[in-house]
Design a protein around this ligand. Structure first.
Ligand SMILES: O=P(O)(O)OC[C@H]1O[C@H](O[C@H]2O[C@H](CO)[C@@H](O)[C@H](O)[C@H]2O)[C@H](O)[C@@H](O)[C@@H]1O
Length: 323
């Protein structure tokens, strides 16, 4: 069991988050549940402090066609650096569908994406919330680096993999959380997508009058197992409380491919439609150009520009292909 003593810590929010998370996991090992939940709360608060939660709103320039791309992006794209294109899948490459199995990349986008991948001066990665093998199957293009589970797993073109090390107690809790969500809430059209490292609770087919209570209950359940709950499109994502996200994964992929000085060697384009994509937009601010895919031009985002739909992403890919 744990012996308590008082410790004074003078540190920034990032270190506070890491320290509290580490002791929290130790507390779980030692079955010190009160301490576990206290430290879990503390680590979440520290993570929030570390993460600016207010995002710029409005005044977001929308790029709609070739003329817009020419006017806005030409000077950035004409530098002799290698082009790195990092793309989210659902809602970005592929339009949202009623069920994850029913998505596909519009044929025109697929053609341009394939052309880009074939160029030796272009690097392409897809960074998704789906399981990595699932998104790999969906995109189905060779020579692309795939990241799944919001970056927790990465599959390189040569078949090698990176898996973010998730602490054992969290894995145990994950399994329990999947069982409870399935048992208590997977009805009236709701279902749990178990992706092994993170899950998505889908409620798209649930009658609308039940949404608000269901969402609150599911969030509470997810958090009671020590996981983070994120709102997504008609779904709630449960992610492990680790210091890893699409932003960290994007940097990791770029560093691995181009070295620590990647920012001097590469011009980066990132596109995403969801809150989890904001982590990548944040870390790439000033180092690349990012696009938020959104119908609403008042969306809160860290992206530099807005594209209205996955079809506009296709137009951007076509434009990039000719650069
Ligand atoms: O990071 P992404 O590639 O955007 O993945 C995010 C989640 O996308 C999927 O769910 C969403 O898209 C489905 C298909 O269009 C839609 O039916 C669902 O309502 C959306 O929430 C996917 O199923 C999740 O695993 C991803 O985390």
């Amino acid at each position: 069991s744990l012996n308590y003593s008082s410790v004074a810590v003078d540190c920034d929010s990032s270190s506070l988050h890491n320290i509290s998370l580490q002791i929290c996991i130790l507390a779980l090992f030692c079955k010190e549940f009160e301490l576990f939940f206290f430290l879990l709360g503390l680590s979440s608060v520290a993570a929030e402090l570390n993460h600016p939660i207010t995002m710029p709103v409005g005044n977001l320039i929308t790029l709609r066609n070739e003329d817009d791309f020419n006017q806005t992006l030409t000077s950035y794209v004409s530098s002799p650096k290698t082009l790195a294109v990092l793309l989210d899948y659902d809602g970005t490459l592929a339009p949202i569908a009623a069920h994850p199995n029913n998505t596909c990349i519009p044929p025109e986008s697929e053609v341009h994406l394939k052309q880009l991948v074939q160029r030796t001066d272009v690097f392409v990665a897809v960074i998704s919330g789906r399981g990595v093998d699932d998104v790999r199957k969906k995109v189905n293009i060779e020579n692309v680096t795939y990241a799944g589970n919001h970056g927790l797993e990465i599959l390189y073109p040569n078949g090698s993999r990176y898996n973010y090390p998730i602490p054992e107690p969290l894995k145990v809790n994950y399994t329990k959380m999947v069982d409870i969500l399935n048992e208590n809430y997977a009805h009236d059209g709701a279902w749990v997508e178990n992706k092994k490292a993170s899950l998505t609770f889908h409620y798209r087919n649930v009658p609308e009058n039940l949404h608000s209570d269901l969402k609150a209950e599911v969030r509470k359940t997810i958090e009671s197992y020590g996981f983070r709950a994120n709102q997504a499109h008609m779904a709630i994502e449960a992610k492990p409380p680790v210091e890893w996200n699409k932003g960290k994964a994007a940097l990791f992929i770029l560093q691995n491919k181009f070295g620590d000085d990647w920012a001097d060697k590469v011009k980066v384009f990132f596109a995403g439609d969801d809150t989890t994509d904001e982590d990548a937009m944040m870390v790439l601010k000033g180092k690349g150009i990012s696009f938020r895919i959104a119908e609403n031009d008042q969306i809160q985002t860290h992206a530099d520009y807005r594209l209205e739909s996955p079809f506009a992403v296709g137009k951007l890919l076509k434009w990039l292909e000719n650069k």
